[in-house]
Design a protein around this ligand. Structure first.
Ligand code: SAM
Length: 200
């Protein structure tokens, strides 16, 4: 049974990698599943499902975890539906097919994962902070953007990448200067941040 689960997970991961679909690095998933256990996280909102790999990993980390995850790409959403079904997690993972910036949710979540368009991190943060429990956290992935964020802009030849780097730097600054929240940055995986409310 356990062997079967690992085999299915490996297949989902390999298929995503073969199709160049970006998924979270193992180190990042390990960090997040440890965070879930240490902080008794139960309700998770994820922006950026891709094919459901990280949602599945988070749901498998504890039977108490439920995940709502949003994806705007139809093919990826359909594949995620298939993968969630394959892992028998339909009762704990809710998939939403839409642009996250168009989605209205009333519920509150213990953990919000931002792992979608790197240029829109600030918009996602501002929109979904209303859905964060008082003691909840927002984790953002890809803040290092394959090492580009630390590079000198003049050493980056692609205009597109320079634009994304500027956006990510501006998001990091926004987190650092946000008086309502405190943020810790971790140089693991592709660089992540954990943002929690400053409680009085
Ligand atoms: N979290 C996934 C995992 O680790 O298995 C990987 C997500 S992938 C890095 C980012 C995904 O976000 C892509 O599939 C992309 O289509 C989706 N995305 C980008 N902008 C979005 C938006 N505004 N709303 C919803 N999904 C979006």
């Amino acid at each position: 049974m356990v062997k079967e689960i690992y085999k299915d997970l490996e297949e989902i991961k390999q298929e995503a990698l073969d199709e160049n679909i970006p998924i979270m690095q193992d180190e990042t998933i390990d960090f997040i599943t440890d965070y879930i256990a240490d902080n008794r996280v139960k309700k998770i909102l994820e922006i950026g499902t891709a094919v459901g790999y990280s949602s599945i990993m988070m749901a498998l980390s504890s039977p108490l975890v439920t995940v709502t995850t949003i994806e705007k790409d139809k093919d990826r959403y359909i594949k995620a539906l298939k993968n969630v079904k394959k892992m028998n997690l339909e009762d704990r993972i809710t998939l939403i097919y839409n642009d996250a910036l168009e989605v209205k949710l009333k519920e509150k979540f213990d953990l919000i994962i931002i792992d979608a368009a790197k240029s829109k991190n600030k918009e996602f943060f501002n929109k979904f902070e209303n859905n964060l429990e008082i003691t909840g956290a927002i984790i953002t992935d890809n803040l290092s953007f394959h090492g580009y964020v630390k590079k000198d802009l003049k050493d980056i030849t692609s205009r597109n990448i320079r634009g994304l780097v500027k956006k990510i730097r501006s998001y990091i600054e926004f987190l650092n200067n946000n008086i309502k929240y405190k943020t810790k940055f971790y140089e693991l995986g592709d660089g992540i941040s954990v943002t929690e409310r400053r409680l009085k």
